[in-house]
Design a protein around this ligand. Structure first.
Ligand SMILES: [Fe+2]
Length: 301
């Protein structure tokens, strides 16, 4: 797929109109539709044409990037995910230890890749897995117990948080963030974040396959060169992975729950790890170097 096709996909994801796309890329409508046929032939199928806006069946829309200003030559980040709070298997002690470490390490911001709460999964007797069974119960649990530190936690929702959206129409992390100003809600399932010259994609992964290396590569392949992130932070898969593809680093964070029947049934290695990331900028504010360190907390390594 060439750069022009990638740019078309990106602009459709941003919900730009056909006229807008033609104008920005200096294409006629005939040229655009001919390129759309090529995109469709590569396996990315278009869904509908609705009032001049195109959508894809298999590619989600993109929200406007979230901008954070730090203005430093060196920033320190923490990547965590899948805390499943209010589950009987959550691990608040561990989460507190992680945030204590974040304070000691002078971490500027922590990113959470979703499944902040356990939600309520539509399987029989799921209540047996929960400390709190209601929307308000899980919301208050996080408001009261989520660790505090001097920086902020930026979170997207995962499928477990989204169970509440399906049931109540409300976004639980959004409601939590109203009471906890140190927790910033970035929206459902994925978000692009810019920290000065650094571009990050935080993504939960709707399906198990999205966490796999092959799927991450497919995801990176369709991002136009000029907007490619420096790194992608993924959740959902409950096991960690750090890799690089086409100059993009990706970090998949493990779950931070204790040994649970869910993890044991799937033979997941419950390593309870996180990534600490150091980003160095050059004098022009461009990213010069990114290093990472995996911190594993489980006794069973
Ligand atoms: Fe999860």
């Amino acid at each position: 797929m060439d750069e022009l096709q990638k740019k078309i996909i990106y602009l459709i994801q941003c919900q730009r109109s056909i006229d807008d796309i033609c104008k920005e890329l200096q294409l006629s409508k005939e040229e655009l539709f001919s390129l759309l046929r090529k995109i469709s032939d590569s396996g990315i199928s278009l869904n509908v044409l609705n009032g001049g806006i195109l959508t894809f069946k298999s590619v989600e829309t993109i929200k406007k990037p979230y901008n954070i200003k730090m203005g430093k030559g060196h920033i320190r980040l923490g990547l965590i995910g899948d805390t499943h709070l209010a589950s009987k298997y959550d691990d608040l002690d561990l989460l507190n230890r992680i945030y204590d470490k974040a304070e000691k390490r002078k971490i500027d911001a922590i990113f959470h890749s979703g499944d902040l709460v356990d939600g309520i999964v539509s399987v029989p007797n799921y209540f047996e897995n929960l400390k709190e069974e209601t929307y308000t119960g899980q919301m208050k649990y996080v408001i009261d117990k989520y660790p505090k530190y001097s920086g902020k936690t930026f979170a997207i929702s995962g499928n477990h948080d989204d169970y509440w959206t399906h049931l109540t129409g409300k976004e639980i992390i959004k409601d939590i963030s109203k009471e906890r100003k140190d927790i910033v809600y970035l929206g459902p399932s994925k978000r692009i974040i810019y920290i000065d010259g650094l571009k990050i994609n935080v993504l939960h992964g709707r399906f198990k396959q999205e966490g796999k290396v092959k799927s991450v590569k497919t995801l990176i392949d369709i991002i136009p060169e000029e907007i490619r992130p420096h790194f992608i932070h993924l959740g959902h898969y409950h096991t960690s992975l750090a890799d690089t593809y086409e100059g993009v680093q990706f970090f998949r964070t493990s779950s931070l729950v204790r040994e649970s029947p869910y993890n044991m049934n799937r033979m997941h290695i419950n390593e309870q790890s996180i990534y600490w990331i150091d980003v160095y900028f050059d004098d022009d504010g461009k990213v010069d170097k990114i290093t990472h360190e995996k911190d594993t907390f489980s006794k069973r390594r």
